[in-house]
Design a protein around this ligand. Structure first.
Ligand code: SF4
Length: 298
């Protein structure tokens, strides 16, 4: 198996870095920098808190229900058990500090939110039979240090297929991407494949995105070429982040994403001034410890 080392050179501009570099890179950070460098700065460098969103809470809720489902023995993984796990997850997720401020305008809105989450769990069962899945890890946090940078990601589910090969599965609760965005969405799972190879010493035979809303699976097989491509793209993003930090130059990139952006008030594309944003960039970083992943059956 050909393995190419990721070329990341943290601290390549020693002494001249104006903005502090983030210390870690995840698939979501890579995607957010590509979507809009200024929004990345507000989130990853200024660390401006964002209000909780119902869509993110729904995604977390469904992920947690499926995580709890796969902690059960294979024969127990029925739809009824999955819905019971969803009920179990509701107070846990909505009571979490990340979502506790989430407000529903009316009780009917809350009901609709919970109904949508249950529908996603129903649709999951149209994609695969969970009694046939042999997970070896759930909500697995994988980290690879590269110099002073840490590449990190959380794998929703890692399992072994009938041949004993590893499969990475990522649940998606948002809309299915168009054909043109498919490859970029797979970038995240290739990132996870890279982490698996580095941490576990085994390249997954398959990575798959399960889009529960449709429902639809997007499946690919990591190869030397895809891993090398991931490494090249990640190195390029990191170089761009370094350069932007050095030059204090994070440019806005207006798109449809602006409709959901929490940082509009300080965005020059909307008449704002980034220098007036409530930055926490010089405050020490506190690491939030999330809930523990559940154990999988042996
Ligand atoms: S409003 Fe749009 S352009 Fe401005 S920071 Fe947010 S995503 Fe970027």
């Amino acid at each position: 198996m050909g393995v190419v080392n990721l070329t990341v050179t943290p601290g390549r501009y020693p002494g001249v870095m104006s903005f502090p570099l983030p210390t870690s890179l995840s698939p979501s950070k890579v995607a957010s920098f590509k979507d809009c460098a200024l929004a990345f700065r507000f989130s990853a460098i200024d660390r401006i808190p964002e209000p909780p969103s119902a869509a993110a809470a729904k995604g977390t809720l469904v992920h947690r229900a499926l995580e709890l489902l796969f902690a059960e023995e294979q024969a127990q993984r029925t739809l009824a058990v999955a819905l019971a796990k969803l009920d179990q997850a509701i107070p846990e997720v909505l009571g979490d500090p990340e979502y506790v401020a989430l407000e529903f305008p009316t009780p009917a809105d809350r009901q609709a939110f919970l109904h949508d989450a249950a529908q996603l769990v129903h649709k999951y069962f149209q994609l695969e039979d969970p009694t046939t899945i042999r997970p070896v890890g759930l909500e697995m946090r994988l980290e690879v240090p590269v110099g002073s940078l840490t590449l990190r990601g959380v794998i929703d589910r890692l399992e072994e297929d009938e041949h004993g090969d590893l499969v990475v599965t990522d649940y998606k609760t948002g809309k299915v991407p168009g054909v043109n965005q498919e490859q970029s969405r797979l970038g995240g799972v290739h990132f996870y494949a890279y982490l698996c190879e580095k941490v576990l010493g085994r390249r997954p035979a398959k990575v798959q995105l399960l889009y529960l809303s449709q429902p639809m699976s997007i499946i690919t097989q990591p190869t030397d070429q895809s891993i090398r491509g991931l490494q090249i793209r990640t190195s390029a993003i990191w170089t761009a982040v370094e350069r932007a930090c050095e030059r204090e130059d994070f440019r806005p990139k207006p798109s449809r994403l602006c409709d959901w952006c929490s940082f509009k008030a300080w965005c020059p594309a909307f008449g704002g001034d980034p220098d007036t944003a409530p930055t926490r960039r010089n405050e020490p970083v506190s690491v939030r410890v999330g809930r523990n992943p559940v154990d999988v059956p042996a």
